[in-house]
Design a binder for this molecule. Structure first.
Ligand code: 13P
Length: 253
């Protein structure tokens, strides 16, 4: 049975004090109000991680993710953060291949394959992002574009490794724009992704992989998105910066 997950990607927002206050509020409300069968993940800036780790350690339902990691194990890589550093502070997940990193920092499918490998070797779970631009969507090539991202960065993995990957489908045209994919558009792509995973790993592995939707998800549209059979939760940007909104999305299940 695949897990349902709602992850909040804070991106480059919140000072340390603001972040600690937000994490504290989220943990308190989640502990009180949210079902055991939905996992919450806070994806904070690096600066916040070690202190937010102490806050989430008081919860069985809230976990911690980094938004990126180096593909190198250690050494002379100024400004980078390693998997071992994240492990040392109880991070469990790492977002990889967010479209903002692909676009602004030129991360490639090959580089992301190396990041996926080092994250899995460290027994952390990648939250692997994929998704097409508006131009690709309008050309009708979105399914081929997204399946190519998966193939080039993930399909070298064994089935056992693949089962530790969470996939996040985030159409770029829906990120931060207020334009959400319709629940039918999300379902169509999630089903395409799951079928593509099944073509390589078999249906039972594909059925156990969590596929999140991301892009202008909020409390008002989450229930409809999450009602779709292949949508297993969300990767939430803007709405994760307010504890009440984030928890209300978690409660959409
Ligand atoms: P928004 O929810 O702000 O559109 O961002 C989505 C996203 O990029 C999450 O990673």
């Amino acid at each position: 049975m695949r897990k349902r997950i709602v992850a909040g990607n804070w991106k480059m927002n919140k000072t340390l004090d603001e972040g600690l206050a937000l994490a504290t509020e989220v943990v308190n409300i989640v502990n009180d109000e949210v079902n055991d069968d939905v996992m919450a993940i806070l994806c904070t800036p690096f600066v916040h991680l070690s202190q937010v780790a102490k806050i989430v350690s008081g919860s069985e339902k809230v976990f911690l993710a980094a938004q990126n990691v180096s593909e190198h194990a250690s050494g002379a890589y100024t400004g980078e953060v390693s998997v071992d550093m994240l492990k040392s502070i109880d991070v469990t997940h790492v977002i990889l291949g967010h479209s903002e990193r692909r676009e602004y920092y030129h991360e490639t499918n090959a580089q992301l394959a190396a990041k996926v490998d080092i994250v899995l070797a460290g027994n952390l779970n990648p939250i692997f992002c994929c998704g097409e631009s508006l131009e690709v969507r309008e050309s009708g090539n979105h399914a081929a574009f997204v399946t190519n991202q998966l193939e080039e960065s993930l399909f070298h993995l064994s089935s056992a490794e693949m089962l530790n990957v969470v996939i996040a489908y985030e159409p770029i045209w829906a990120i931060g724009t207020g334009v959400t994919a319709s629940s039918d558009q999300a379902q169509e792509m999630h089903k395409t992704i799951r079928s593509f995973l099944a073509s390589k790993y078999g249906q039972s592995v594909a059925d156990d992989i969590t596929i999140l939707y991301g892009g202008s998800a909020k409390p008002s549209n989450a229930p409809e998105l999450f009602s779709k059979p292949d949508v297993d939760g969300g990767l939430i940007g803007g709405a994760s910066l307010k504890a009440r909104d984030f928890v209300d999305i978690l409660k959409s299940y």
